[in-house]
Design a binder for this molecule. Structure first.
Ligand code: CA
Length: 432
């Protein structure tokens, strides 16, 4: 996939919308898509600009041609139809919106379609048909594998095949929706028989959500060189996990109830166009690692297929909130921890004939860095629950307690370009 920068990436460009210039997450160079509603109105598509949301259908009459058609499609309560049009249509819409929001002469005509973000509810951006969770974070795979198999943390397939499983889309919720601690069947190693009750080892997983745009027909794999065109954009994903349930149930068929009770996504879809300035080469594989099989190898993809995006996890307990203490950062890491590129995931997913559709979600898997300041789960930070860590309130944690708020943020920065951000992916743990 060739990567084109255009006038919408100009760092000097400014929007006339108050507060948009220099906004840490949503300057005019970002223009992420989401679904919002205001009091008494139905959900519809919008774009974040500064502290405001632009109602797309409301400005459709101000646009021409395909961009006008796209903006009207965004008036639906999900963005599936909009993104199903494919990459060219999304690029055209982005350019039209950028022009509208940077041309001060259009301000009076557009202003009626802007809503303060604080007055809006944000919903899931898509009707998510299918959710697949991969396992591309190689440091995470090694860290977790080492807890189980100290001498041989990675299984022999890891460097040949992008590991994944089919997850549960019905329990995905947008940021801000509380997470009920799951109940499940668990068996501690010292116990003779399992019992059923509240999860005792509740964890988060720091991931990115990769959204499928244009889909493919059943039986028609997407070649690796074309896979990038089917990727619409990214959100933050917190794939909540019940580690004690997982440990007992996962053999031999893999994750089930430990993973299906709730997943949280940030509500804004940061488009692949907005992320173009932050593309980097896929990190070199370690000496001795096998080369990807031909159906997963594309020179362009290796050269530009990774993204330089930084992700942070923050924790704030109920006691910290009561004491007026801010959240504490548990980790900061990079999306380049992925062993496979996004295009490789999509090409592999379809390589057996599986069809993907607009609004399908692919999770990257937990993205941990090489050292402990960038671990993407409590399982790793607490060494499988054996090493508690202290919070500023004097409390300690190994896994999550009721009342804890977990917030994940992500952003991309690069010299010579405007910083863009993903907003927040946050949720609070409620008792079982
Ligand atoms: Ca996961």
């Amino acid at each position: 996939m060739t990567i084109e920068l255009d006038f919408t990436h100009d760092p000097k460009a400014c929007s006339w919308v108050d507060g948009a210039a220099g906004h840490a997450d949503f300057p005019v160079q970002n223009l992420p898509f989401g679904v919002f509603s205001t009091d008494g109105t139905r959900p519809r598509g919008g774009v974040a600009i500064g502290e405001a949301i632009l109602d797309l259908a409301a400005i459709a009459p101000l646009l021409d041609g395909p961009a006008a058609h796209s903006a009207a499609l965004a008036g639906q309560p999900t963005l599936n139809a909009l993104f199903a049009q494919g990459q060219a249509a999304m690029t055209a819409l982005r350019r039209a919106l950028f022009t509208l929001l940077t041309d001060a002469a259009r301000a009076e005509a557009v202003r009626h379609a802007l809503h303060p973000r604080v007055d809006c509810a944000l919903h899931l951006p898509f009707a998510i048909g299918d959710y697949t969770d991969f396992y591309t974070g190689i440091h995470h795979a090694e860290n977790v594998g080492r807890l189980l198999r100290p001498d041989n943390p990675l299984l022999p397939n890891y460097k040949y095949v992008p590991i994944g499983y089919h997850g549960r889309s019905s329990s995905i919720r947008p940021s801000g929706v509380d997470v009920r601690r799951p109940r499940g069947q668990t068996k501690a190693p010292a116990e003779d028989a399992p019992s059923h009750g509240p999860c005792k080892r509740l964890d988060y997983e720091l991931e990115m959500a990769i959204w499928v745009g244009q889909g493919n027909e059943l039986g028609t794999p997407v070649p690796i060189a074309e896979a990038g065109r089917h990727i619409a954009g990214l959100s933050i994903l917190n794939d909540w996990s019940a580690r004690d349930v997982q440990a007992w149930e996962y053999q031999p068929l893999g994750p089930f109830l430990a993973k299906n009770f709730h997943s949280t996504i940030s509500p804004w879809v940061v488009t692949i166009d907005a992320l173009a300035p932050f593309r980097v080469a896929q990190p070199q594989r370690a000496p001795g690692d096998p080369a990807p099989l031909p159906y997963l190898f594309d020179a362009q993809d290796q050269q530009h297929g990774a993204l330089d995006v930084t992700m942070e996890v923050w924790l704030r307990s109920a006691a910290m909130r009561d004491a007026g203490l801010p959240g504490v950062r548990l980790s900061r890491g990079a999306m380049t921890a992925m062993y496979w590129t996004m295009a490789q995931l999509l090409a592999h997913h379809t390589s057996g004939g599986c069809n993907l559709a607009a609004g399908d979600l692919m999770g990257t898997g937990t993205l941990s860095g090489a050292d402990s300041t960038s671990f993407g789960s409590l399982m790793e930070i607490s060494r499988g629950g054996t090493v508690p860590f202290a919070l500023p309130s004097g409390e300690t944690r190994t896994f999550l307690e009721d009342g804890d708020d977990v917030t994940i943020t992500a952003y991309a920065e690069r010299e010579g370009y405007a910083r863009i951000g993903f907003g927040q992916c946050t949720a609070r743990i409620l008792p079982a």
